[in-house]
Design a protein around this ligand. Structure first.
Ligand SMILES: NC(=O)c1ccc[n+]([C@@H]2O[C@H](COP(=O)([O-])OP(=O)(O)OC[C@H]3O[C@@H](n4cnc5c(N)ncnc54)[C@H](OP(=O)(O)O)[C@@H]3O)[C@@H](O)[C@H]2O)c1
Ligand SMILES: *[C@@H]1O[C@H](CO)[C@@H](O)[C@H](O)[C@H]1NC(C)=O
Length: 329
């Protein structure tokens, strides 16, 4: 026993510097991990008798958000593209929450027809809509186009949700007080709406396109809030944080092995999907936000977005452009 302690003491003395560095690094990583985790939604609000529709709820933060809404007693409509994946997510949600009021519906945001089919179904079969969460998103894919010929990231992240939201506004108004939650991103910083080349045909860059689509999300939320003043429908946009999800699926496969290795290590530090869902949940249920609208949040707190996202003229122009692109005019 004495011997063992001596060996340990000897080891510690010889490797004092190395051990100190390891300890500091360990504490640093734990601290960084805590800091990355961000805020948690503390609201205990119940949603019994209320209906929540969430897009892209089959995986990632959308699934965690749906789980939370179900836990609060809501009827949850999971609007998803991948139906088998959505069914298994719905089963998991029913099992974990004991809430059987979970519905899976087909929605491909890269098709205006699919958006119209879903909204028609909802209008004809649902009694109310209290919370709409525009969560689905695609990031940094190659230059793809939607069924209607729009550049994919702008088409899915913004235009599909633009039509979806506008088509469900009457139901949201009838169910007021109700909320629209728009999952945007800090990627909107340095973003720009390319009004002269909205589909980026001249010079496609997958990051420029993602930034444009996420800036569009915030400008949309802002203009929508203005248009909904006095209706009892409030609007929130947010950055969920950096989260370990499938969002990088179009990115990773093209990277060199060493880049993927660094990224895999970073993935261990970033938020879990549950942590990533907290700000969406906060915007959907937090009681103290009842009278706030058109603002931007992150880590369960109000944040100031970049100047580009506060440009009301751009927001109006984007609204008009989107209206004509989806054929709402
Ligand atoms: N992860 C992050 O670090 C991060 C950071 C900032 C912002 N965000 C935002 O958070 C949101 C959720 O992303 P996530 O991280 O949870 O990523 P994810 O795991 O890839 O989930 C994205 C969801 O969107 C769906 N989706 C994609 N294209 C669609 C389409 N055409 N029609 C219908 N649904 C479609 C996906 O469905 P399929 O399974 O069928 O593909 C999936 O359910 C996105 O809006 C993203 O921009 C994420
Ligand atoms: C919201 O505004 C209404 C009417 O002005 C007020 O009665 C209510 O207390 C406010 N709620 C919150 C959470 O600030």
């Amino acid at each position: 026993m004495q011997n063992y302690a001596d060996v340990l003491k000897d080891f510690a003395e010889r490797h004092a510097i190395g051990l100190t560095v390891a300890a500091v690094a360990g504490i640093g990583i734990l601290g960084l991990r805590r800091w990355m985790a961000g805020g948690v939604c503390r609201s205990k609000a119940r949603l019994d008798g209320k209906t929540v529709l969430i897009t892209g709820a089959n995986t990632g933060i959308g699934k965690e958000t749906a789980m939370d809404m179900a836990q609060r007693g809501a009827r949850v409509i999971m609007a998803c593209r991948d139906i088998p994946k959505a069914y298994s997510a719905a089963d998991e949600i029913r099992q974990k929450t004991g809430n059987n009021n979970i519905l899976v519906k087909k929605l491909d945001l890269a098709s205006l027809k699919s958006v119209r089919d879903l909204t028609k179904y909802v209008q004809e079969n649902e009694k109310r809509l209290d919370i709409l969460i525009n969560n689905a998103g695609i990031m940094m894919c190659p230059k793809w186009v939607t069924e209607d010929g729009f550049e994919m990231q702008f088409g899915v992240n913004h235009l599909g949700h633009f039509l979806l939201t506008n088509s469900l506004l009457d139901m949201l108004k009838r169910s007021a007080p109700s909320r629209v939650v728009v999952v945007a991103s800090v990627a909107h910083v340095t973003g720009r709406i390319h009004f002269d080349d909205i589909n980026l045909d001249k010079n496609y860059d997958n990051l420029v396109s993602y930034r444009q689509s996420k800036l569009a999300n915030i400008l949309f939320a802002r203009e929508l809030a203005t248009r909904l003043q006095g209706t009892g429908v409030t609007v929130y946009s947010l950055h969920p944080g950096f989260i370990r999800t499938e969002l990088v699926r179009h990115l990773f496969p093209h990277w060199a092995w060493w880049k993927r290795m660094i990224a895999s290590v970073l993935m261990m530090i970033v938020k879990s999907p549950w942590e990533g869902a907290q700000t969406s949940i906060y915007c959907a249920v937090e009681e103290s936000l009842t009278n706030e609208t058109g603002l931007y949040y992150s880590d369960c707190a109000r944040k100031k977005p970049a100047a580009e996202a506060l440009d009301d003229a751009a927001a109006k122009k984007l609204w008009d452009l989107s209206t004509s692109m989806v054929g709402l005019a």
